[in-house]
Ligand binder design. Structure first.
Ligand code: ADP
Ligand code: MG
Length: 412
């Protein structure tokens, strides 16, 4: 079975995230591996999937009980029942039961303290460990930010267990810490796999453009010149629609629009047309992209900048998955950063809400409400939407006021 098929079958995912396949392939080649992949890239899958290929058991050392519990729960959700966590949460009796039938489990999570017990080590020696995983491996190093004394003894544990194939996982480690991990665990011939947010095949450009009109012209020009397919991201549905119309009317390319305002069927249709090459350009809001597995996207243009850097990274990350040269262009006009607030204009708080708010700011709550709970009055007024809260907070910050009543109502 192809790795992709196994991924789909066991986890329901259609493609690997950056680094996963490389790590798994190294392990299947029986190479000790040190993988440094950013948080959220799915490091757990790097040992979970081989679990369905290797004969023996997967032992995972994890430094935090909560992390361990999360992983166990997650695996159970995927339908994996042969998973257990050996830690201080277990009663004496439960632990005894687990240890008596250890070979029934496929995935054994264990805390580093437990590994200090000769009794448990003996039990582990009786099973066949096909992969020994050290999660959050930076905890091994005194130079790391989260040193765990028990972790520094894992090299010894590994040796006692007969030097099983080992995977060390971490999100961040300096080169010094990485060397520490390798030395401390005694990983000879280790394969190091690192991925950063650096995407060397994507060229990044930012262009300052005077205003909206000129941005439109620039996009038309760029799309005509650039190799397609591509995505253009907008913060507003209307702007996305206008641009798709312009591109079509001027016959620059086959373009369509995609945003959350379209019905489900239309969205799926457009996405499929793009994936199968019947459309060259999608003018989209951030609603577009999740789960769109298209390798040959040559450009991502941002007509507006996203509200968060993470969104920006995600969106441009859709370019050049095939490794071929690709381009990310951000078009910036002065004042763009205020756009989220402008978009919210249609959602300004009502007059009675504003009256109430002014009273609150002036009187610090008490007298306005005559002893009633602030939140009660507030609920009668209908409350604020998320966007309205942002406007209000912006407004209050500009007034230079820190209002604790405001915060407490928001949090209620
Ligand atoms: P990390 O340990 O690197 O921070 P996790 O292993 O906790 O990340 O995984 C983060 C999330 O990514 C999980 O919800 C997991 O189900 C999901 N995930 C892992 N691999 C894939 C994949 N190939 N496609 C989609 N989602 C994935
Ligand atoms: Mg993790």
């Amino acid at each position: 079975m192809e790795l992709e098929d196994l991924l789909k079958k066991q986890f329901g995912f259609t493609s690997f995230k950056t680094g996963q396949k490389e790590v798994i392939s190294a392990l299947l080649n029986k190479q000790h591996t040190l993988a440094m992949l950013p948080t959220g890239t799915g490091k757990s899958l790097c040992y979970q999937l081989p679990g369905y290929i290797f004969e023996g058991q997967i032992v995972i050392v994890s430094p935090l009980l909560s992390l361990m519990q999360d992983q166990v729960e997650q695996m159970k959700q995927y339908g994996e029942k042969r998973v257990v966590a050996l830690n201080s949460f277990l009663s004496q009796e439960e632990r005894g039961n687990v240890l008596a039938f250890l070979d029934r489990y496929k995935f054994i999570f264990i805390s580093p303290e437990m590994l200090m017990s000769p009794y448990i080590i003996q039990k582990l020696k009786n099973i066949s460990i096909s992969l020994f995983v050290v999660d959050e491996a930076h905890c091994i190093s005194q130079w790391g930010y989260d040193f765990r004394p028990d972790y520094s003894k894992l090299g010894e544990v590994r040796k006692t267990l007969g030097n099983p194939l080992t995977l060390a996982l971490t999100a961040t480690a300096t080169s010094k810490v990485r060397e520490d991990i390798i030395r401390s665990l005694g990983l000879n011939g280790v394969k190091k796999i690192e991925s950063t947010i650096d995407r060397p095949n994507i060229g990044f450009f930012v262009e300052q453009i005077a205003d909206y009109r000129q941005k439109e012209d620039r996009v038309l020009e760029l799309v005509a010149q650039l190799q397609k397919p591509g995505i253009i991201y907008f913060s507003s549905k209307k702007a996305a629609e206008q641009m798709a119309d312009l591109l079509s009317e001027q016959q620059i390319c086959r373009a369509s629009v995609y945003h959350g305002g379209l019905d489900q069927d239309t969205r799926i249709l457009i996405q499929q047309q793009f994936i199968y090459g019947q459309l060259d350009v999608i003018c989209a809001t951030s609603a577009f992209g999740m789960g769109v597995n298209k390798e040959n996207i040559r450009f991502v243009i941002h007509f507006h900048m996203p509200m968060q850097l993470e969104s920006y990274l995600q969106e441009i990350g859709r370019a050049g998955r095939d490794g071929e040269p690709s381009i990310a262009i951000l078009l910036y006009s002065p004042g763009d950063e205020l756009l989220p607030l402008q978009l919210a204009e249609g959602e300004l708080p009502s007059e009675s809400q504003i009256d109430w708010l002014f009273n609150l700011l002036e009187n610090e709550g008490e007298s306005v409400n005559g002893g009633r709970k602030l939140s009660e009055t507030w609920r009668e007024l209908g409350g604020f939407s998320e966007v309205q809260w942002r406007i209000v907070e912006e407004f209050v910050t500009r007034l230079g006021q820190q209002n604790k009543n405001l915060c407490s109502i928001r949090n209620e």
